[in-house]
Design a protein around this ligand. Sequence first.
Ligand code: PLP
Length: 419
Amino acid sequence: MRADQPPKLRTEIPGPLSRELAARLAQVECPEVTWQGGPLVFWEKAEGSNVYDVDGNRYVDLLAGFGVAALGYAHPELAVRAARQSETLPHAMGDVYPARLKVELLETLQRVLPGSLGLAILSSSGSDAVESALKTALVATGKPGVIAFEGAYHGLGLGALDTTWREHFRAPFAGRLAGRTTFVPYGDARTAERAITSDTGAILVEPIQGRGGLRIPPPGFLAELREIATRAGVLLICDEVYTGLGRTGAWLASEHEGVEPDIVALGKALGCGFPISACVGRPEVMRAWGAAQGEAVHTSTHLGNPLGCALALLVLQILERDALAQRARQLGERALLYLRAELAGAPGVVEVRGKGLMLGIELETREAANAAVRGALESGWILLGEGDDGRVLSITPPLTIAEDVLDGGLVRLVELLSR
Ligand code: PLP
């Protein structure tokens, strides 16, 4: 694989081929599916931290494609593995006649995850993994109520959506939502405790809110939730779809506070480009599902897909072998120090925060964030505004990003925000 390179633009952004594709897309895709908040750039190929668009422009993806490309794009070992697996067994009947690889992936997840987290349900998206966790909580406690947090993003499937906070996503489907979620302020464990009723089966929390605006709760919050959940006899579900698998400098972000959740949801980086996710729980909790009585009550066609399992298995091995959580911690600490120093007192900057390679720059206005995202794109750096009002610039690059290339992106960002 070629080393990461700085951006190189050949056309205006978006280029003519991207503009043409945007017009064609509008004729064939439902309008509420693709982002319309700025110029649409269509991707052609990607390698490491670099993405190339259809017009031949080279970018650096400071988002790792929503945190998915933790090992960078087209990692050579993953590419070889994917090709080999496609030639031998691209699909199996995951819940009836599973692939050998399903067992190997589940064994590896059990080995690498902390504590006793060890029985899993595989699935395809982060939303699926959260829904497996919500079903497990109901099966294990008999109680459908969930405490979730303002700002939370747990996915858009009709089950997970009930626990996602933003009205923008919920309102059109309100009539289909179970309405069994109580939202309390993020970071406020005492209010969460007071919200627990005889109907509550679980507390569902992101250790750091990603799509909610890179929000880091006060120290001790997660540990306090753990104690509260244990005391009240409810389950603690950590949604680590974004934060998990090294991103914040540990396998799981909940480890920073020494917390072992009852259930964890993983996705995004797990397949590093192949859609695979997992809900992993403590054995006592997962065994509440009881012995199977024949046909499985919770499964799907692509569950345990061998291609996905092969890639996820290799992703876990590479994360471990190359100590990428540790690298994320070191690069993240350096980036945070640099951004804090350079942006101290910059007009319109509210706060710079982060943990590992999950960094956020909160700006005063959505307009300022949009301008920065656009300015960055027009100079070849990909980032996005997150949060309910899109004011927080999110920086979540591949954990493998070349240091000098990351530095170049941060320098450019500081330039854009210091104008
Ligand atoms: N949970 C968290 C914390 C997420 O950040 C996301 C997606 O961004 C999801 C769940 C949903 O994942 P997916 O989009 O794969 O369904």
